[in-house]
Design a protein around this ligand. Sequence first.
Ligand SMILES: [Zn+2]
Length: 95
Amino acid sequence: MRTDDSWTHLVLDQLSDDFEPWMSCDECFDRSDGILEGILAGEASMPAAFRAHLAGCAACRGELEILGDLASIDRGMDPALTRARLDAEIARRAQ
Ligand SMILES: [Zn+2]
């Protein structure tokens, strides 16, 4: 039906706006280690595309949290603090 189609396109347009700039799960995963290193070292923040992807993708966010736990333990840091830092980085996407 024509009206349903145009409504669907409208919704999809709005959804894709929320996920700009776009990043694939593969790219997100490939960059996770490097970005996590920067955040743990306090030297870098998350790129906007990475932050937007994590805000919309529970699978990649879960992966990053596990990577963060392991990296924290390696450095003798508290994994709960790392998770809080990652949450704060993701929450900054509105800026
Ligand atoms: Zn993903």
